[in-house]
Write a protein that binds this ligand. Structure first.
Ligand SMILES: [Zn+2]
Ligand SMILES: [Zn+2]
Length: 76
């Protein structure tokens, strides 16, 4: 059973081009809700520019807050 499942994924996968790793990864963790997401926005902290803020689509829609780990900047 496990083998046939793996085989299915292999079939669905596009040919390995080297960039395919990004498709395999589940995404990144949203800094607001902590969930792994593939629909996210990534940007540097507007205050210190040191941390990369990952925000999922959901948190953007509801205006969830994020806090920069480096400088403590809070905002959407
Ligand atoms: Zn989120
Ligand atoms: Zn910051």
């Amino acid at each position: 059973m496990l083998n046939s499942f793996t085989g299915l994924i292999e079939t669905l996968k596009p040919s390995d081009s080297g960039d395919s790793i990004a498709d395999v990864l589940p995404g990144k963790a949203c800094v607001s809700c902590g969930r792994l997401t593939s629909d996210y926005t990534e940007f540097k902290c507007p205050k210190c520019g040191k941390t990369t803020i990952i925000r999922c689509l959901h948190c953007r829609e509801i205006g969830n807050r994020y806090i920069c780990k480096e400088c403590g900047f809070e905002g959407p």
